[in-house]
Design a protein around this ligand. Structure first.
Ligand code: NAD
Length: 296
């Protein structure tokens, strides 16, 4: 297939690289030349509009909703130049309303679009094992499936346009809540004289067991191979979790939902980010907020 790909950062770069390696013909664009060069200089084009012309599929992987809106909706943007039969796939994590608005504008011109945010991080992007959470029509998803299977290992159809973003927002809000809760319980136990490893084993086998505790333990030294055991380097950054919690609160406002635990988590992670300069650490470093004595 001929594929246009815009946004070649930490995620988009390796995703585009996997598409190239599987034999597809790509047209690449990023605002940063070095990001294109890191994938393949030969495939570079001069603008996002150039990447969108004369392709079967157009993929974007940008930081936030405002970038996605501008890319597709601005005058001379993607929707103004793309052919009607081109399938549009936005893999960025953005607010569901922006995803719905852009897809509606595309549909108005007879163009199919999917929101397909991912989980799995940069390691998953490199290994081609991402999880795609897709919003849009079944037919559009079937058109996209062969490409998504090159970049990912799991593909979920969440529902109509915007549903992929909504599902991703719900998941990451819950992730923040159980990570903060896990760190809080471990801090309580340690402050009261328990060993964090012993307490973790007890809770794992009891009703407190959850993903953050069981496979991503936030307490340094309890579990091998997790960010807590390497100074919280790598993993899923506090900056990205803070962004996703902002999206959760925005989504709650727009749907008239109450998310008291989500709101509290957003405050906890932003307090942690600011007071511990933790934006570039893994999100399990929230343990430091409860136990500043753990900081180096
Ligand atoms: P990044 O900042 O590394 O990459 C974004 C890229 O987009 C940059 O290279 C930037 O130059 C480019 N860009 C921005 N505006 C552009 C424009 N108008 N035209 C062309 N290029 C433009 O970000 P990332 O880590 O690759 O994340 C991308 C998206 O994936 C975000 O929405 C993020 O929330 C989501 N995400 C990231 C991770 C992760 O672990 N990094 C995991 C899951 C989801």
């Amino acid at each position: 297939m001929k594929i246009g790909f815009v946004g070649l950062g930490n995620m988009g770069g390796p995703m585009a690289g996997n598409l190239l390696a599987s034999g597809h013909e790509l047209k690449l664009f990023d605002l940063v030349d070095a990001a294109i060069a890191a994938v393949d200089d030969q495939a570079a084009v001069a603008s996002a509009a150039d990447a969108a012309r004369d392709v079967d599929v157009f993929v974007s992987m940008l930081p936030a909703g405002k970038h996605v809106r501008a890319l597709y909706l601005d005058e001379g943007g993607v929707l103004d130049v793309v052919a009607q039969q081109t399938l549009l796939i936005d893999c960025s994590t953005i607010d569901p309303q922006s995803a719905k608005d852009v897809a509606a504008a595309a549909a108005h011109r007879g163009i199919e679009m999917l929101d397909a945010p991912v989980s799995g991080g940069t390691a998953g992007a490199q290994a081609g094992t991402l999880t795609f959470i897709v919003g849009g029509s079944e037919a559009a998803l079937e058109r996209a499936r062969p490409l998504l299977e090159v970049m990912g290992a799991n593909i979920f159809h969440a529902g109509v346009n915007g549903a992929g973003q909504t599902a991703k927002v719900c998941n990451n809000m819950l992730l923040a809540i159980h990570m903060a809760g896990t760190a809080e319980a471990l801090a309580l136990g340690v402050a009261s004289g328990l060993d964090p490893g012993v307490l973790s084993e007890i809770m794992k086998q009891s009703s407190g067991g959850n993903w953050s505790l069981n496979v991503y333990n936030p307490y340094p030294g309890v579990m091998d191979g997790v960010p807590a055991s390497r100074g919280y380097q790598g993993g899923f950054l506090v900056d990205l979790m803070a962004k996703d919690l902002g999206l959760a609160l925005q989504t709650a406002r727009e749907s008239g939902s109450s998310v008291p635990l989500g709101a509290l988590s957003e405050s906890l992670f932003s307090l942690h980010k600011n007071s511990n300069e933790a934006g570039h650490l893994d999100f399990s470093s929230i343990q430091w907020l409860y136990q500043p004595d753990l900081k180096p």
